[in-house]
Each structure stands twice: as structure tokens, then as C-alpha cells.
Design a protein around this ligand. Sequence first.
Ligand SMILES: *Cc1c(COP(=O)(O)O)cnc(C)c1O
Length: 428
Amino acid sequence: MSQSDTFFDYKHIWHPYASMINPVPCYTVISAKGVYLKLKNGKNIIDGMSSWWSVIHGYNHPILNKALKKQIRKMSHVMFGGITHPSAIALCRKLISLTPEKLDCVFLSDSGSVAVEVAMKMLIQYWQSLGQKRKLFLTIRNGYHGDTFAAMSVSDPENSFHKIYNNLLPTNLFADAPISSFYKDWDANDLISFQKIIEENSSKIAGVILEPIVQGVGGMNFYHPTYLKKIKILCDHYSIPIIFDEIATGFGRTGKIFAFEHANVIPDILCLGKSMTGGTITLAATLASRHIADTISNSKTGCFMHGPTYMGNPLACAVANANIKILKTNQWKTQVSNIEKQLFKNLLPLIDHPYVIDIRILGAIGVIECSRLVNMFSIQKFFVENGVWIRPFKKLIYIVPPYTISSHALKKLTNVITMALNNTKLFM
Ligand SMILES: *Cc1c(COP(=O)(O)O)cnc(C)c1O
């Protein structure tokens, strides 16, 4: 690739959450294998982000590649309206057997944000079928559920810049985020805000939506399992269905296949995405209880009104099948628990660093909350020059490496983070 390609990209291509004027420069990756990204200058860097939580078994995995090739010989795509195919059936069987018995009906879609839209639309239709016009969703602050309109409307109002989209976003209800963290004592005061809102609005709320235990990019907080348990009890009391967004946490990231297992609480609707295809192709799923599916289906329309063009894409389904098969047979639990142990050993001592406010570790997630904003221009360059790919945001430096990372490569990630903290030029 020539210099002019990089310049063309800089001038003409929008990247995520980026400006078209003087954006943070992008690095060209020409291939990837295992935990390494190969840059066009030939340098290999260790991916600490799993391409945004998705590449759990490493890049260029032979089993995933084989599944794609096998499927592509049959067909890459076929419409899902009026047609079904073996890969979708096999995947939905797997998803149903992997999740709690209550979750029985699968809706496939093309991205996490859409899976959230689908879940929210399901609950609007659910209440319509019961003769009620409910449209409010209740959630907690610091959440993140995606970038489409309904998903934004339940993401943290400050973090997702609600004010930019002003009157266009549906107005929803936000309870204070819990303070009790995963490893600390449960403080019953955490529930007050949520309890008050649900009591006062119970007849208007269509559903509650939460990321169980781990709040992802809305703040990377890990909250107390008791909070989730208490919320579920309140939802049951008022007969309000609850959606769990496990798009980031699903498929083992927190040390359990699903994060809600830390609290033993089962949702009425579950959203999955990101790592479902092992980071190969976009695919998401919304799983609903039979009760919700049947209630929607018993309405006047009788149908759930959503249908993406690429719904149930055979390539995506085939590779998701292979991805789940790897999870079922490999040592993901040992891999994730080894990562967790090593992160405790290598990151926790940084708590005394003057730039560090908090260190949070759960499963294969390591978070350093800093006292200062990072300087994206200089820290991104620093990480790459030191052989790692870590993409912090605001005051958070976090890593979510592939489960297959060696202890040597993980040590390199935490070493470079330590070096970064000692470099004042990388912070604002
Ligand atoms: C990434 C993410 C989404 C959105 O998924 P996309 O595939 O980016 O649309 C929704 N919820 C959570 C918790 C996520 O981490």
C-alpha cells in the first residue's frame, strides 16, 4: 500500500467517533493472526482490544476459516423471509441450549444496536398486544446499548451525547448507577433511585434494559450482583419485562458464559452480538421468552414487525456455529481465569500510581481509571510504537484481549500500560 492510500483514508473515510478534520491518524493493518495485527510497515502488534471484544479465539482461526469456506461453497446468502437454512437452524438450536430454558425464541439481526432496537420493539408490541400503550424504558446511568436512536435513548445521556440529537430521541427513565462494586460490600442505598422510579411509573414502563454486572464503554464499571437480583425482584413485582444486553459480555468474557450468571438472574429478553462470530462477520441475536413471543403473536397484527435484508446470513450463522463449538470444546474457562489472575497480579499494583484512581478486573477485562484524560494523539502512537494495540477513551485505559493470549503477550500489554502511566506527555 502506498502513502497515498493512507492519505486518501485520512481525507475521505469516516472512522468510528471521528472527525473529518484532523482526525487521529489510522494505522493500516494488512493481516492478522492469533493475537497479532500486522501493520503495513511489517511490524506485528499485540491486540489488547480483540477488535472491540469480538475476536475471542484469535485472528485467522483455522476452524472459523474452514466454516466460512465450507458455507461459501454452498451459498453466501439467501433471504430469510419464507426461507430457512441449515446454518441458521443449527445456530439457533445452539443459542437456545446455551441460554436459560426460558429464552426460547430467537430473532437474528445484523448488529448489536439492531438487536437492542429489536428487543425494545418487541416490548412495545408486547404491551400493545395486552391493550396498553407503554413506551417508556427504564435503565441506569453509565450504560451503553448502541448508536441507533432507540439504543441511544437508553444509553447514558451524557456519554452518548443525547443533547446533540435533542428532541429526536425518545425520552426514557434513568436511575442512578449503582455504587456498590462487584468485589465490595452491597450497599442497599444503591437501590433507592431505581425503586423510586419504578414505583412512580410502573404503569407506563414497557421494559427495563441493563447490561448485567459489567457496564461496558459507558464507564467500564462492574457492579454488585445483589443489585441485579434486587432489580429483577422489582421487575417481577410490577410485571415489567427485563432486557439484558450481553452484547459485550456474552460468550465468556467475564468468566461465565453470560454475565448474568454471576447473579443467577434470568432476563425475559437477551441481546447477543460482538463475539458471537468470533470477530469474523457481523451478527447479533435477540432471544425472547415464549411468553413474550406468544403475546406479540396473539395480537391483531400477529407478527413482529422487523426483518433485516441480511437476516440470518448463512456465512455469519455458519461461523457463529463454529465459534460456539470451539467454546464448548476448548478451555475458555481456564484461559479467561488465567488472564484474570495475571491481570490481578500485574495491574493491581498500579493502584498506588499518582495517575490512577481505580483498577477493575473481571474475567478477561482489565480497566485502569485514570485521574486525567488521555491524549489520544500521543497515547495511540506510543502504544503502537511499543508493539501493542490499546485504544483508551477519556480517562479509561482498558484491555479485553483474545482468550488465547499467552501470558508473555499479556505481560507485554500490562508492561506497556505501566510505561504509559509513567509518561506525563501522554495525558492532558
Ligand atoms: C457494542 C455494543 C452494542 C452495539 O453493538 P454494535 O454491533 O456496535 O451495533 C450494544 N450494547 C453493548 C453492551 C455493546 O457493547
